[in-house]
Ligand binder design. Structure first.
Ligand code: E4P
Length: 214
């Protein structure tokens, strides 16, 4: 499973990269707004740092406008992927952009039928938002399982990118199901590392090391 980092903060990307955990990056308007920087500054820094796919979200809502915005965003780098919303216009834009060789991440997916349409529109990635489904008492990971089954039934090439991840178990479950990608907030990446027995073990080894005659 590929690890994308779900952030627009360059310092988080750099630190996760040092741990070998940045196969790609996903951003969205909310994440960019949290940086307090201009979109241009944010994107230029990320493109200079990351070789893997970088998802940048189109904020237009009409197909022709999404297509024009996507073409413009794609000029930032060959590895830029355009996030199109899972709407009629977003699907039209997805089909048009992918036919031009521009990668598309169809975002805000909340049902298997939506995911099926994204695959038919040649999406590079489909992003089921599992945390937001859990928030309203739906089983987000069940959606991932259904999408994977449908895509495998028909050998769709669209990659399943598990998004809206809130905690380590989401990552583990995505991996158990065989999702192609998980996009993970930096805070969750750090929580994936931690285990209390690791901390206790280090403390005990360091204490015992002091007793070794030297
Ligand atoms: C990623 O592509 C999504 O924009 C992101 O995972 C959404 O996460 P959230 O539901 O925590 O905002």
């Amino acid at each position: 499973m590929k690890f994308f980092i779900d952030t627009a903060k360059i310092e988080e990307i750099r630190e996760a990269k040092m741990m070998g955990l940045v196969d790609g990056v996903t951003t969205n308007p909310s994440l960019v707004s949290q940086t307090g920087r201009t979109f241009e500054e944010v994107v230029r820094d990320i493109v200079a740092e990351v070789d893997g796919p970088i998802s940048l979200e189109a904020v237009s809502t009409q197909a022709e406008e999404i297509i024009a915005e996507g073409r413009k965003l794609a000029t930032y780098g060959k590895n830029v992927v355009i996030k199109c919303p899972l709407t009629v216009d977003g699907l039209k834009a997805c089909r048009a952009l992918t036919s031009e060789g521009i990668g598309v991440n169809v975002t805000l997916c909340f049902s298997p039928s939506q995911a099926l349409l994204a695959a038919k529109a040649n999406a590079t990635y489909i992003s089921p938002f599992i945390g937001r489904l859990d928030d309203i008492s739906h089983h987000g990971m069940e959606l991932v399982r259904q999408i994977l089954t449908i895509y495998r039934n028909y050998q769709f090439k669209t990659q399943v990118l598990v998004a809206s991840i809130r905690h380590p178990l989401h990552v583990v479950e995505a991996a158990l199901l065989g999702a192609d990608v998980a996009t993970i907030p930096f805070a969750v990446i750090k929580r994936l590392v931690n285990h209390p027995l690791t901390d206790v073990g280090i403390e005990r080894f360091l204490k015992d090391w002091q007793k070794v005659p030297g």
